[in-house]
Design a protein around this ligand. Structure first.
Ligand code: 13P
Ligand code: SF4
Length: 301
């Protein structure tokens, strides 16, 4: 069944001149039919340079929105329109604007996990791959507001020595991993290196041997001499790690590390999206033109 669906996806993809982009947290079978699998930053870069007419974005809503903001002449499809990011939704643009009013000279740095409306009132975006670099690029005398992930914000503060005015958002999936659970995983696999995403709680991040984006983790396991790894991020990324390093072992830090939104998209959804060229994600011109600037500033760094 899946093979037939995959074949039809492949035929339709050519007919539509489409590219399929997938995040590392997508289901294995969805990653396997994608033209490119990556982290948020890599996917945004890919979306900005592709010459395809249609981008099928297997990820969550803010990722497809970012792709559209960068490539408004293309049809950007989100096969499962209900796939959102609850953390992105914790930051409402009116509330962010109110915080800005209290700190009129502050630079607003938004994680890409935000709505287009929040990006439109931000100065620069970042992902977990470049957040430290982005904050370090801001003059030392400037106040900084960081939206919306308090865990990533805390990590940036520790790495840069800068104070950030934090939002109170966090990722339900990553924040679920406790230091106790990680300790238990370490006891079970004492030789394993511990990798953590900076969206994890600070006490979890402090226990890690490597902290980085999903793409950073994939490169790390490829290049490390270690042969066993405890993975402190959404379990989907382990699929790519196993493909790259079949001789190494990967253990999820917790079975709870599963993002329900990232797991919504099925192969059938991808096929349907290609058949119907929908559901499309768009952003109105007013918001798009303003949201483009902070994304471009990030990509230029
Ligand atoms: P990455 O940018 O590391 O891929 O992370 C995206 C994300 O949503 C993490 O939860
Ligand atoms: Fe959002 Fe967390 Fe899911 Fe990433 S893992 S998409 S931050 S809810």
């Amino acid at each position: 069944m899946d093979e037939t669906v995959s074949r039809r996806i492949s035929v339709l993809k050519k007919e539509r001149n489409a590219i399929i982009l997938a995040h590392f947290y997508q289901r294995p079978e969805v990653q396997d039919i994608a033209d490119f699998v990556g982290d948020s930053l890599e996917l945004a870069r890919k979306a900005s340079v592709t010459d395809a007419d249609v981008i099928v974005f297997c990820g969550v809503h803010f990722m497809a929105q970012t792709a559209y903001i960068l490539s408004p002449d293309k049809s950007v499809l989100l096969p499962q329109i209900k796939a959102g990011c609850p953390m992105a939704d914790t930051a409402d643009a009116d509330d962010v604007a109110a915080l800005k009013e209290q700190h009129p000279d502050a630079v607003v740095v938004s994680y890409v996990n935000t709505t287009a409306e929040v990006k439109a009132i931000s100065d620069i975006c970042c992902t977990s791959a470049n957040a430290v670099k982005v904050v370090n690029s801001i003059p030392a005398n400037k106040e900084i507001i960081f939206i919306p992930d308090k865990n990533l914000g805390q990590y940036i503060m520790e790495q840069t020595g800068r104070h950030l005015i934090l939002w109170s958002g966090y990722c339900n999936t990553h924040d679920r991993l406790t230091a106790e659970e990680l300790l238990a995983a370490k006891r079970l696999h004492p030789e394993a290196e511990v990798l953590a995403h900076p969206e994890c709680r600070p006490d979890v991040v402090h226990m890690a041997d490597f902290v980085g984006s999903t793409g950073g983790m994939v490169m790390h396991v490829r290049d490390s001499h270690a042969t066993e790894f405890i993975i402190g991020t959404e379990i989907g990324v382990i699929h790519r790690m196993k493909q790259l390093c079949s001789n190494k072992s990967f253990y999820p830090a917790s079975q709870k590390l599963m993002c329900p939104n990232m797991k919504l998209t099925s192969l059938d959804d991808v096929l349907k999206a290609l058949e119907t060229v929908s559901p499309r994600v768009t952003v109105n011109d007013y918001i798009r033109s303003r949201a483009l600037l902070p994304i471009e500033r990030m990509l230029a760094l």
